[in-house]
Design a protein around this ligand. Structure first.
Ligand SMILES: Cc1cc2nc3c(=O)[nH]c(=O)nc-3n(C[C@H](O)[C@H](O)[C@H](O)COP(=O)(O)OP(=O)(O)OC[C@H]3O[C@@H](n4cnc5c(N)ncnc54)[C@H](O)[C@@H]3O)c2cc1C
Length: 379
């Protein structure tokens, strides 16, 4: 890895690697089987300062930068894509939204608890039948005095049911479609907010996904995040920031899967030779190693732009597009290399395959990320 990481970044990377061996490796397979949220691991992540790693110290964070944060995501993903998803939804989507668009009071009230692990956060955008950006959302926030009243149905909310705080997107001006969407901070204990069901997923099991029902949920006007009607702008930025972390997640999963295939290829003997000696196997390994290397550089580059406060939109979208393609193809080749065993549930490749697909679909609404890149080119 030739990207110039500082000594501090390398230490953070090393400590994350040790963390995953100590706390995640012992539970990863069982968590995939049961799908149960690993609250003890989340608490350990808090104690290791992972939850607020890139947020400023004044809000309880460590201020280590977004690149250090994605290094942690990559390391965690090598052991468990699900734990990485818990962290991404908490830190890159919900906490980021509050940090970037929250008022001074909102930041002081919410962020320290999110950094310390006292509270876990989630990002509730998706709805049954709604596509981000085209204005078909149906959760409505009606202004009544100094409150908004939220009604409707959100689905696929990661950390749903275990989160203490939700960033919820709702229409404050339904006639304006997507332009009438706003963001709110909603307490999970708010009266009228309930979990309809948790969603059984094929991968990323342990990062609980839930459907949320809002029935006359009273949200104080002071919990409006950013301006009324700014919802889609907030969604776009938060999803792109999260895309870089999800790129690191894909790189971490693909790297671990490739290392497994290399080990298997050296051990598995066919026609009197280890299969790793066959050119066809070597070509697959060489291609995936190249793709993973280039993807990692793109992830680190986009993370550095976010950290420096520079424009990162196009680069983040490129990370989402590229890592999605190479991550899935790497896992198909890993399973091919490991043959029938690779396809069995006994091998770790099947979990990596299921997890990487989830990481790729998240934040992949219709014309995203291709549209972001094309818009930049054609501007
Ligand atoms: C593991 C996981 C975790 C998630 N976590 C969250 C979360 O925490 N919060 C949240 O709000 N959401 C979450 N989601 C939802 C996720 O963001 C959406 O599933 C994703 O954005 C894709 O949207 P969709 O499911 O509505 O698919 P759709 O937009 O319906 O797309 C379905 C298919 O149709 C294609 N398609 C759609 N429109 C077009 C078009 N115009 N032209 C051509 N093709 C088209 C798409 O490319 C795709 O292949 C999560 C999803 C997953 C898988």
């Amino acid at each position: 890895m030739s990207y110039a990481l500082t000594e501090e970044q390398q230490l953070i990377q090393q400590s994350a690697r040790e963390f995953t061996r100590e706390y995640i490796e012992p539970i990863a397979t069982e968590m995939d089987r049961t799908g149960i949220h690993p609250s003890a691991v989340v608490q350990q992540m808090a104690e290791h300062d992972f939850l607020g790693l890139y947020l400023p110290e004044e809000f309880g964070g460590t201020e280590a930068g977004y690149l250090s944060y994605v290094l942690i995501i990559e390391e965690i993903s090598r052991m468990s894509g699900a734990v990485a998803s818990i962290l991404i939804n908490h830190a890159s989507l919900a906490a980021y939204t509050m940090y970037r668009f929250g008022s001074a009071v909102q930041k002081q009230e919410c962020l320290p608890a999110l950094c310390s692990g006292e509270k876990l956060a989630a990002f509730a955008l998706t709805e049954p039948g709604a596509a981000p950006g085209v204005g078909s959302h149906k959760v409505i926030a009606t202004k009544e005095g100094d409150h908004y009243v939220l009604n409707g149905h959100k689905c696929y909310v990661a950390n749903g049911g275990v989160a203490d705080i939700y960033v919820v997107f709702a229409l404050t001006n339904p006639e304006a479609g997507a332009k009438g969407m706003s963001a709110f901070i909603v307490d999970a204990k708010a009266a009228g907010l309930s979990i309809q069901r948790t969603i059984g997923k094929m991968g990323l099991r342990g990062c609980q996904s839930a459907e949320l029902i809002f029935e006359n949920v009273m949200v104080p006007q002071s919990n409006l995040l950013g301006a009324a009607g700014a919802g889609m702008k907030i969604v776009k930025e938060a999803q792109l920031v999260a895309s870089v972390a999800e790129g690191a997640q894909v790189v971490g999963i693909a790297q671990a899967a490739m290392e497994d295939a290399v080990k298997y290829g050296k051990q598995r003997v066919q026609f009197g030779r280890p299969i790793a000696a066959f050119p066809a196997i070597q070509t697959m390994l060489a291609e995936m190693a190249t793709h993973i290397h280039i993807a990692r550089l793109a992830v680190y580059d986009a993370a550095s732009l976010i950290e420096k406060g520079e424009d990162f939109m196009k680069e983040a979208a490129m990370v989402k597009l590229f890592t999605g393609r190479i991550g899935q193809s790497a896992l198909i080749d890993v399973i091919q290399i490991e043959g029938g065993y690779g396809y069995s549930q006994e091998m770790i490749a099947s979990r990596f395959y299921r997890d990487i697909k989830g990481a790729v679909i998240t934040e992949s609404s219709a014309a995203f990320p291709e549209k972001v890149i094309a818009d930049d080119l054609l501007a």
